[in-house]
Design a protein around this ligand. Structure first.
Ligand code: SF4
Length: 317
């Protein structure tokens, strides 16, 4: 049996704006295996969250395919999608706004079970208490409201809510970036422990490569709606192939030191506008290696090493 849990092919999403059509995701392909963590990295506005939301069935794609264990989810009716929804859940960036302030923790955690008609009231209460313990919260706190908790505790509630339906894939959208640095490691460790205990697969979205370095089995780097590099931990960190990944890495502190890389490559300027048609490499205005073909020919992903691809004309392929 295949160990591929999720397969995404040619996923596209554009939004109409007053200034023209904004292409948020421009033909993304990726796979996630059972039990693995795929990190999705890139600056804010590159389309990472839109891609995550399309995979979680929260935003409908314009084109493309999302299959979970071989079943196509794009285009399913609400009714046909219903049994698949619990299997992909999402943890959001902001634990302050993603929890209903008027509901107790018990109510917040019980709600997915009620919506999907799981268990009776006593069984649901037991499941809420179990999950609270699992994420490091005291079950007695179930009668309290979100504002009575710290930011880290609120994110633990958000994690518990995402896990109530026992998903196979969890999309973690910048789950620690709104938190104090002092609690980030605790939440990352918790996510790692839960992955082991529950056999979870993660799509871990982050603008910060240093956050994903220790937990990602593979990393996909996104730039202006496209995946420009995708590689496993063996070669991605030691031999990044795309100039954009180099620049992101040199902005990352060296582990345990807080210092930046010595050969720091400054990432100058902003991403170009995602509105309107584009030609050539989207990174060329910020790339210090740009040469002749970069303006005219859009680079496709090509092999940089075993299990490692990059979309750059400098990669021999
Ligand atoms: Fe730089 Fe050209 Fe490679 Fe784009 S294709 S990253 S502009 S060298």
């Amino acid at each position: 049996m295949s160990d591929i849990l999720l397969q995404v092919k040619g996923l596209r999403k554009a939004f109409k704006t007053g200034a023209g059509t904004l292409t948020a995701v421009d033909g993304a392909d990726l796979t996630i295996r059972k039990g693995e963590t795929l990190a999705l990295a890139g600056e804010s506005g590159c389309g990472k969250s839109t891609l995550g939301r399309m995979i979680a069935n929260l935003t409908p794609p314009d084109e493309g395919s999302v299959t979970l264990q071989g079943t196509e989810l794009v285009g399913l009716s609400r009714r046909a999608l219903r049994p698949w929804r619990p299997r992909i859940q999402m943890i959001f960036q902001d634990p302050f706004s993603s929890l209903n302030p008027r509901a107790t923790v018990a109510r917040i955690l019980e709600e997915p079970l009620i919506v999907h008609r799981r268990g009776n009231a006593a069984e649901r209460r037991l499941e809420v208490a179990r999950m609270m313990e699992r994420v490091g919260l005291r079950p007695e706190a179930a009668t309290r409201y979100p504002h009575e908790f710290s930011g880290g505790q609120r994110q633990r509630i958000g994690i518990a809510r995402a896990l109530m339906l026992r998903p196979e894939l969890v999309i973690c959208d910048e789950p620690v970036s709104a938190l104090d640095v002092s609690v980030r490691a605790q939440i990352l460790n918790l996510l790692g422990d839960l992955q082991q205990e529950m056999g979870l697969s993660y799509l871990f979205i982050s603008h910060d490569l240093s956050v994903v370095q220790h937990l990602a089995d593979r990393v996909a780097v996104m730039y202006l709606g496209k995946i420009v590099e995708l590689g496993g931990r063996d070669s991605f960190w030691s031999e990044p192939a795309h100039p954009y990944t180099h620049a992101l890495m040199s902005a990352r502190p060296l582990p345990g030191t807080g210092q930046r890389l010595r050969d720091k490559q400054i990432l100058e300027g902003e991403m170009p506008s995602p509105i309107g048609p584009r030609q050539g490499c989207d990174f060329r205005a910020r790339c210090r290696h740009a040469f002749g073909p970069c303006a005219a020919i859009t680079p496709e992903l090509r092999r940089a090493a075993a299990g490692h691809e990059a979309a750059c004309h400098l990669v021999p392929g």
